[in-house]
Ligand binder design. Structure first.
Ligand SMILES: Nc1nc2c(c(=O)[nH]1)N[C@H]1C(S)=C(S)[C@@H](COP(=O)(O)O)O[C@H]1N2
Ligand SMILES: [Mo]
Length: 300
């Protein structure tokens, strides 16, 4: 796989014309790239206007740096992200400590413009740069018995001041079912708008699962473990009644304390209208088959 991402890529370079289309993207990622119009000319063009850089990088949830939306942008400069190792272990053929720079040199970096929907009912559109998690998992060789992927964030309270408080149990942990992790829409992001991902957004590598609530998209990952047990997740540990494992965006299953039927786009000013939340955050066509036969009211 070639490394074909540069740091000086500008947003003008990532218009549909220059987006590299491989077969997998054409089959599964077009809607995610905002290019559905190309695949189905008869259908209305899907408009995904990326949120402003300032919005994406200054309105954040990253409790390791504090619980205010402005805390991560204020404090995340304290985090040193180089060198950075990700331990990949469990049910894999080639377990080990993988240096992020080495991983990056083997991955194909693509532009993915995705909707992003927090469980708190706000949303953005983010032009990520990243690689498919599947490519990393293929590199380490997932064993036949593995059923889930568990991930963990760095624990380093000297550099992550929010970790001095037990707001949630550290380290932050998340997980996916293996088929969700292998889905072509699931990426590890290393950039935004063609720039290296800022610390507050989860440098050097963070998960992005666009059809799930934002908290599944774990930041600053240091461990990836393949397992046959459903992984523990931070928000389920914090409040099992409100947050369960799947956390798929679903406008018809409300949070116990608020409606999930609509969302507030961030960055449009004080009078921005709420917009309806879409099933699987607009990726229903791509991911609904993963949940065939499942009761999504029980498995929320
Ligand atoms: N390690 C870690 N990852 C995390 C979080 C966190 O507090 N710690 N917050 C989650 C939540 S609730 C959301 S909405 C997204 C926010 O991502 P963004 O700040 O890049 O928009 O990150 C998710 N990943
Ligand atoms: Mo969130």
């Amino acid at each position: 796989m070639a490394h074909r991402w540069t740091n000086d890529l500008t947003h003008a370079d990532i218009t549909p014309k220059s987006v590299f289309l491989n077969r997998r993207q054409i089959m599964a990622g077009l809607a995610g790239l905002g290019l559905a119009g190309l695949a189905a000319p008869a259908k209305a063009k899907v408009e995904l206007v990326p949120s402003d850089w300032e919005v994406i990088t200054q309105y954040n949830n990253f409790y390791e740096f504090g619980t205010d939306k402005s805390d991560p942008a204020k404090h995340a400069h304290m985090l040193s992200t180089s060198p950075w190792t990700i331990t990949i272990d469990g049910m894999v053929d080639r377990p080990g400590d993988y240096n992020v720079a080495d991983i990056m040199s083997k991955m194909t970096i693509e532009e993915r413009i995705y909707r992003f929907r927090c469980v708190e009912a706000w949303s953005m559109v983010v032009p990520w740069n990243g690689f498919e998690l599947k490519d990393l998992l293929d590199l380490v060789g997932v064993q036949a018995d593995a059923k889930y992927v568990a991930m963990e964030t760095l624990f380093r309270p000297e550099e992550m001041p929010g970790q001095k408080y037990q707001t949630i149990k550290w380290p932050y942990v998340e997980g996916l079912r293996l088929d969700e992790a292998m889905h072509p829409l699931t990426i590890m992001a290393s950039g935004i708008y063609g720039k290296t991902i800022p610390n507050q957004n989860g440098a050097p590598l963070r998960l992005v699962v666009p059809w799930k609530y934002g908290f599944k998209s774990i930041k600053s990952v240091v461990r990836i473990t393949l397992t046959d047990q459903e992984p523990t997740t931070s928000w389920n540990t914090a409040n099992a009644r409100e947050y369960k494992f799947y956390s798929n965006v679903n406008p018809s299953v409300d949070h116990p304390r608020w409606s999930q039927s609509s969302e507030r786009p961030i960055g449009g000013g004080l009078f921005t209208k709420r917009k309806p939340t879409l099933m699987f955050n607009g990726y229903e066509k791509e991911v609904a088959s993963l949940y065939e036969g499942m009761d999504l009211r029980k498995n929320f």
